[in-house]
Structure formats: C-alpha cells, structure tokens
Design a protein around this ligand. Structure first.
Ligand SMILES: Nc1ncnc2c1ncn2[C@@H]1O[C@H](COP(=O)(O)OP(=O)(O)OP(=O)(O)O)[C@@H](O)[C@H]1O
Ligand SMILES: Nc1ncnc2c1ncn2[C@@H]1O[C@H](COP(=O)(O)OP(=O)(O)OP(=O)(O)O)[C@@H](O)[C@H]1O
Ligand SMILES: [Mg+2]
Ligand SMILES: [Mg+2]
Lengths: 465, 465
C-alpha cells in the first residue's frame, strides 16, 4: 500500500538541502556564511546605510568539525515580534515584493539554521534592534521541522546604553574550514570589490583578520518597491490583485494596481474586452479575466517599466572597487540603460580591469567576476549566461587582447527577478534579452580597452624610435 | 516599513516555476509532458505492471497557444480520497520513502497544474481506478494557491463494465509546440530506449502518431522500501525515528529502525556512549542523541546498505532498448555492483552502441544518453557528472574509437536519492563515489568495444590479403 504523505517546506528543504547549496560540510560552510552576509548587506545598503559588516568564524568544538559563524551588521534590525518567523519559518521574507534585493526566496537563513540543527543540534541566536528603539532583543531559537514553525528556547531584552541598531546572527554548524576557506575568502573578497562603500572584517578560525576598509562614501540609490507592470500579468497575479483590491471598478483597479496604466490606457484596454469599466472587479467571471489578460498583453503602448525598483552600483562605485582590489593599469565601467525581460526590468553593468595587479586570465577567456543583485557568484560558472557571452559572443583578439593576459571582466545583472537556475543562487539562465545586453555592455568597455591598448602600443613604438 | 510575509509552497513554486523547469511556454510544455509520463511509468513498472502509456497532445484553442495534454496509464491508480491532495497540494507524494522511483519531490504534477491554471485558467481532470475496485472516479480540480489546497470543482464515479485500472490525467496549458516538439519527441524516444518493456503511443498536435511497441516482456525487479542505513544518520533523522518509535528501549529501536544493525552491533554502538541500552528513547537528552549519532557514524563494521530499494534496468533490458532503436553493429551493457554515497545505495549501468543506425557523435565525445532512475535527462548536459566522465575521464582513442564515430553511450544511475542539481531533474551533481563508478562502468564496456573493433580490424586486414 502506497504511503501518501504531505511534508512541510522545512522538511522539504532539509531533505533536499544540496539543492539550496548545502551539499557537503565545506559547501554548507560557504553557503551559511554567504546567506548571513547577504542578509546583512540587504539590511544596510538597500536602506541608505553605509554597511559595517563583521564575520567571525571560530571552531566550536575541540574534536568535531563544528564551527560557530557570527555575522554582525549595522542595518535596520528586525522587529522583535518578527524575529521568530524570520529565522524559524521557511518561506518567510520581507523580500517577496517588486524591489531589487539580494534576498528573494525566504529560505536562506532558515536552511542554514536547519543545517546547524541537523549537524550539531545547536540553536540559532539573534540579537537585534531597530534604529530609534530603546531596547535590544535577544532570541535563541530552533525550527520545528514538521510544523515549519520556530520554537523559542530563550528570549530577553535590555536597554541600550548608546545608540546602536543592527543585527547579530550566530549559528553553529558542522563544516570543513580547510576545504572551504579558499572559496569563503574569495567570496568575501569579491563582495568587497562590489561594495567598496562597506567596511568588512573577516576573522577566521586560523586567527587571521582580513579587513576591507571603506574606500568610497557613496551608496547605490536604494531600490523602491514598484507596482507590477502589465507585461508581467498572468491569471494568478490578476486574481491576487482582485482579491486584495479596495477599488470598486475594474477601471480604477487597473489604474491604481499597475505601473504604466493611466486613464487613457485603461480605457483602451477595456475597449478590447466585453467588460463594463465600472464593473466590480470581484465580480469578474473567469472568461472576463482571461479577456482582460489578453487585452493587457496585446496592448503595446505602455510606458516601459520604471527602473526605480532597481539599484545599480554605478560606474563610479564599480571603478572604486576594482581600483582598490587590483590597482589596474586600465579600468573602465559602464551601466547600460534599463531593459526588460518578461515584464521584469533589469540593468547590466560591466567593469573591466587590465594590468597592474589584475590576475592573469586563462588561455580561453578573461577572469570573470559574475554578480547578480550585488551577490558574487562563484560556482557553476560554465552554465552561466555571463560566461557564455564572455567565451562565445566576444572575440577578444578584436580588441587587441591576446589571451592569456592580465584582464578581468566584472559583469553585474540587477533585476527585480534575476533568472537564477536554482535556489542556491550560483548561475544565471540564458535569457535572450539579458544575453544581448551583456554582450553590448562588454563590447562597449572592450572598445575602450582597445583604444587604450592601441594608444599604448603607438606610444611604445614611438619610444623605440 | 518592511513587508514581512509568509507564502505557501504553492505560491513559492508558482512564483519561481522556472526553477522547476517551467521557464517559458516551450519548456513548460516539455516539463508538463514529462511530469505526467514519469508519474505514469512509476505507477506501472515500480509495481510489476508492463506499462501501456498513451500521450495525447492537442491544440485546445484556435487562436491562443493553448494545448490539452492527456496521459493515460494502466498503473495502480489512486484511491479517491487521495486524488485531491495528490494533484492539489504542493509537497504531497507517495515517494518520500526509501525506494527508487522517478518521482521524489512531491512537486511534479502540481507545478504543471499551477502553470495550466496561471496561463489558461483551466482545471486539471483526473480519471482513476485501482485494480479490483468496482468504481472509476472522476475529479476536476484547481489549486487554491494561497492555502496550498485543492479545490474540487466536480467529482463523479461510475461502475466499471470491464476490468480496468490506471489513471488518465488531462491539463490545459499555454505551450509552444513548434519550439517544443523536437525535445518532446526526443524525450519520448529516449524513454522508449530505457523502457523497451513498455507500449508507448504519442499523438501530436500535427496529427502524427508515434508508436514504440513493447519488444521485451521482462520488467526490472520492482524496488522495495527499506529502512534507513546508519551511514545516513543525522540529528533530524534520529529525532524523527524517536518521535514515531513504538519501541521502549534504545537497544530495540536501533535494531528495528535501521537496516544493518543487529543485536551485536547495537550493543557495540551503545558501549561507545554513556546511554543505558534499556533507556526509553523518548527520554534521550540532546547530549545523548549527539553521542549516539557519533557512535553510529564511527562504527565501521555495518553490513553495506541493501540494494533491495533499487530497481536497475539490467543489461538484458538495456540491450533490448538499444537494439530496437539503433540496430547497432555492436551493442553491450553492464550493471555495476551496488555502491553507496552518504548512506544512499546506488547502481551504475552502462550501455554502448556502435555502428548500424547509431547517430554520429560530435568530434569531442560520443553521443550520450543520460538517465537517472530511468528518467532521460536532456538539458544541462554540460554540467552533469556523466558528461564530465565521458569527456574528461575516458580517452576514447585508447579504445580504438576515432571521433567523430557512430558511437553512443547510455549511462544510468539508480539510487534512493539521485543527487540532482535542481528540482527540474536535468543534471546530476559531481559526487566523487558516483563519478568513480561511472568511469569504471564506461571503461568496462569500452574495453569490450575495443575487443570487437580490433577483431573486426584484423578480419578486414586478412580479407585484404
Ligand atoms: N541581518 C538582518 N537584518 C535585517 N533583517 C534580516 C536580517 N537577516 C534576515 N532578516 C530578515 O529575515 C528575512 C528572512 O531571511 P532569509 O535569508 O531566510 O530570506 P530572504 O533573505 O528574504 O531570501 P533568500 O532566501 O533569497 O535569502 C529577510 O527577508 C529579512 O526580512
Ligand atoms: N498516473 C499516476 N498514477 C498513480 N499515482 C499517481 C499518478 N500521478 C500522480 N500520482 C500520485 O500523486 C503523487 C504526486 O505526484 P507528483 O508528480 O506531484 O509528485 P511525485 O511524483 O511524488 O514527485 P516529483 O515531484 O518528483 O514528480 C505521486 O507521488 C503519486 O502517488
Ligand atoms: Mg537571505
Ligand atoms: Mg511526479
């Protein structure tokens, strides 16, 4: 007899944690650190705060490979009534909205907590306080896996004696520092390249202290939540809007629930359907909803999606980051204009460093630093759209680059929905609109490199005479 | 103010459906078909039934790209009280147990239902009956996304007038047949290669009928559910066993909840801890549970995991499938002995076809047919462990193979947990134990090919004299 059964999202992601990046102790150590760091940076730079991030990794047991990982930030903190679910309920997030952030799934820290619980039995500890609050809050929690709920083991609060805001998260997991360390250090280093406006301190179990100091006081503009664009419409999105709408007519609901639909557009869309514009949206039939979806999709004169939800780094910040890390002979960066794919706006930014301390490339392609919503991507390089463009769509010799060479390409895609291939956020799918924009962006900076190299070559030839 | 929110697993997989393989209409069409076919085959060959599978794809609208996909099987059917959740609740499955099946996540058909609902608004329809029952049951359902629950729109039953058992599932989705058809046909063809014991009929929207007739009446042995092996133990697995155990002593619980632990082994494990063997397992402290985990992991004299949970195809069936499809000049297949990775047993099977109607390879590697738990994998070939072995770990010229050549390698990994890289089941992670076994398996059949080719070469030289 078949054993039919439902499981909770916590059971699912614990059972299949390798899909979320927790494949073995070394990889789990890497993933745990990055999930905490990405949350810490989201809590700061998405809110106009210059980040101060501290990452402390210590052995937690003399015999077993247990490590205590602590990440501290000066971000917006978490309200105390939210903390248990934020850390103890899989599929809970503040990032399910249309705004560019590193986080998107509502999984990251929870899978790390589950991994710690499964390998060491130890709970997660959180200290947090929002700006302006009088109290600092403390929680010790674990996850009830079957119910997908937090279990509060301890809680407390105390008065602040100085102005402090931010969050400190501490987990204890089974790891493998000797295997993980080069990737962890590479991840933190690449994070520093993209966030030269952050102070980042890494303290390792080998008692090493690595400090990336802030070199620029400028932040990327914080992303702003936007309403959905009609290009991204489908029946379930529409049903969601209808069920939560306060508007009494379809006409008003269209104008106020979407960006890019004004009074004229709303009229034109509704003219293509048999729907009375003054009809109560909650009374629309299935047939009418489908008509409305089709009319919205076929209309082609919308204003393009607003880029307000995006938060590009900007060429100035990319150049500052590349200069500090590689002291290159030549450095350039560009930020493409916003584009869209399937209703989601995106911006491609490209940086290029050449010479100086830039690492030597392979014989087939430059060193590639891939970023998505400011997150460095280190694994699954081969199947990433950025790699495909750099290897297949750009002929580097056309730009006077003879590989191997000390050349590095920094490619950043920012979007309200980065098309990651998996929940472990390592690799970006080959979406045609994105591929085209990356190619145009890289060609642009490569042309500037070519100008520099040809000028340098002429000067050398003059000198020889 | 941050918008903190929980979402259901249905909302999650609808929002991020590309991660489950539903990236665009063509790919969604492919994925919907394969999810239904994999369920149909699981319902037959895992239960000792020679499969008869019918796949019907029809246009469902004269204007819009809507397609009705229907898959019928002669399998074990579904009890009527189970149908709504099986098709209407994400993370519901009969395959969360330790037994090799194609299904494993409890997602497949539900994401297809959600995709149909989102693109066409139409519900899923199911007709089903178990062997020996008097009634056939009908359901028309959709999914309440926010609650992750089925909504039954219609239900009915009628008396059988002849013995029939099995399931018919019908979905209507937005698709793109012109873009999807070559991949869909390739998938069905490769399924037929691995299941020469199945009758498979494919009826396409172009009114084509493709029929792969059964050519062998032998089935792989059905997999049997097994108890967990101690190698796979961790704190959460142990807690699950403790909470559901009926045994009153830790000693009895160990012997009866795990395979490979007899009375002697249970004693030896407990001697390494401070736990009284007669203690009630539900009274174990956190410290004692950790001691027990460590003692179980450190013990190294277990019987290896039983392969009863596995269901290899066998060389006879692989050869029958390759012969029918490629009529090769040379064909060989082997089934390696069971091995394990992280507590999960696995078996590698390899087939090789050469000449006849075998397709021509590329210049860098033979044609590769990848399979995991009998499922053909068509996408993400580059990042799959099988591809890595075929390209990087085997020197084909050592086996007298000069690429390009009419040579095809069939590689099948069966396991109670195939290490897929994502829930879309396209690519297998590079696990060292698995990589090694694949290499040994391919080398073995390649040696037999070399014997054949060298013998053939000598005969040709003799003939020339
Ligand atoms: N350091 C932090 N400061 C402020 N809020 C935080 C912090 N860490 C976590 N949170 C809150 O907890 C929520 C859950 O975090 P979690 O990492 O699980 O998901 P996410 O970041 O939203 O998405 P993802 O799974 O993509 O990481 C976040 O959305 C955020 O609201
Ligand atoms: N054709 C069928 N015959 C019998 N049972 C079926 C059939 N289709 C679905 N089921 C039942 O419904 C359950 C859910 O199917 P679903 O495809 O969602 O998940 P799964 O097959 O268990 O896992 P996966 O997500 O990996 O496909 C199955 O576990 C099985 O019990
Ligand atoms: Mg996060
Ligand atoms: Mg399935």
């Amino acid at each position: 007899d078949e054993k039919y059964r439902a499981i909770s999202p916590a059971e699912f992601f614990l059972k299949y944690k390798e899909i979320a990046g927790f494949a073995n102790p070394a990889r789990a150590m890497y993933q745990s650190i990055r999930e905490l760091v990405e949350n810490a940076l989201d809590a700061t730079d998405s809110h106009g705060i210059l980040p101060n991030i501290k990452i402390i990794i210590r052995r937690a047991d003399p015999v077993q490979n247990f490590y205590r990982i602590t990440v501290e930030d000066n971000g917006i903190g978490i309200p105390p009534h939210i903390v248990p679910e934020a850390f103890g309920r899989v599929l809970f997030s503040s990032k399910y909205i249309l705004r560019q952030t590193r986080g998107m799934f509502g999984l990251g820290v929870k899978v790390a907590v589950l991994y710690g619980q499964m390998t060491t039995g130890r709970p997660v500890e959180i200290i947090t306080s929002k700006p302006g609050l009088k109290l600092i809050y403390y929680f010790k929690l674990r996850i009830d896996v079957r119910r997908n709920e937090p279990v509060i083991l301890e809680r407390g609060s105390w008065r602040k004696n100085r102005e402090w805001h931010g969050t400190i998260v501490s987990l204890t997991i089974e790891g493998d520092w000797s295997r993980a360390k080069s990737k962890v250090k590479e991840y933190i280093m690449r994070t520093a390249v993209a966030t030269p406006y952050a102070n980042i301190v890494l303290m390792t179990p080998d008692n090493e202290i690595i400090y990336y100091e802030r070199v620029i006081n400028k932040l990327p503009r914080p992303p702003k939540e936007v309403k959905p664009h009609p290009y991204g419409i489908d029946l379930e999105v529409l049903k969601g809007i209808i069920s939560s709408t306060r508007y009494k007519t379809v006409y008003d609901m269209l104008i106020h629930s979407f960006q890019g639909i004004g009074e004229v557009t709303a009229k034109k869309i509704l003219e293509k359907t048999s729907i009375d514009p003054s009809k109560d949206p909650k009374k629309l039939t299935e047939q009418e909803k489908l008509q409305l979806i089709n009319a919205m999709r076929e209309y082609d004169k919308y204003r393009p999606p607003k880029p307000d939800a995006l938060s590009p780094l900007t060429p100035e910040i990319i150049i500052a980051g590349l200069k500090r890390m590689y002291q290159p002979e030549f450095v350039e960066a560009i930020s493409r204009k916003p584009s869209t794919y399937r209703g989601h706006p995106f911006i491609i930014e490209v940086g290029l460093a050449y010479g100086g301390k830039t690492p030597m490339s392979g014989s087939d392609k430059p060193v590639i630093l891939r970023y998505a919503n400011k997150i460095p991507l280190l694994y699954d390089e081969g199947s990433d759209v950025i790699t495909m463009v750099v290897k297949e769509d750009i002929r580097w010799s056309n730009y006077l680059v003879e590989l191997p060479a000390p050349i590095l390409v920094f490619v950043h895609i920012c979007s309200t929905k980065v098309p990651f291939k998996g929940v472990g956020k390592e690799s970006i799918a080959d979406v045609p609109e994105i591929r085209r924009e990356i190619k145009l962006g890289i060609s642009e900076v490569a042309r500037r490199l070519r100008n520099y190299l040809s000028k340098k070559r002429r000067e050398e030839e003059l000198r020889k005479k």
